[in-house]
Design a binder for this molecule. Structure first.
Ligand SMILES: [Zn+2]
Length: 125
């Protein structure tokens, strides 16, 4: 029962997030764009496939951080971090909903893959 989202729950999210953002997030989940990578140490992060690019979402950052989540997309940087006009981008919202509904595509990450992932992140910055 807890795997189904009620209209009421979606409405509640609608109060916090704009309809547009919510629909975009649900659309990403519908298209199986939310991929959860689980590392050998039990840590996890998400990769969300966008139209042209894929973005990495880090959920549940440490409590001392001013933002609870982080996404590598430009919208997150501008709308959430700089102008603070939104609480999250559609990727973060999609991971939150997908995790709640167990709709993520889960991929286990081997040690080598995880190291390769870290190298790639560093190469980007
Ligand atoms: Zn994003």
């Amino acid at each position: 029962m807890h795997n189904t989202v009620s209209d009421e729950a979606v409405e509640k999210l609608g109060v916090l997030f704009s309809d547009q953002l919510l629909l975009a997030a649900l659309d990403l989940i519908d298209r199986d764009c939310v991929i959860k990578y689980v590392s050998p140490w039990g840590r996890h992060h998400f990769s969300v496939l966008g139209m042209t690019d894929s973005y990495t979402v880090f959920p549940s950052l440490h409590r001392s951080c001013s933002v609870p989540h982080f996404c590598t997309c430009p919208a997150f940087a501008y709308a959430v971090l700089i102008s603070q006009s939104q609480m999250a981008c559609k990727h973060v919202l999609a991971t939150l909903i997908a995790e709640r509904l167990s709709k993520c595509v889960v991929r286990e990450m081997g040690k080598d893959e995880f190291v390769a992932f870290l190298m790639r992140q560093n190469a980007d910055t």
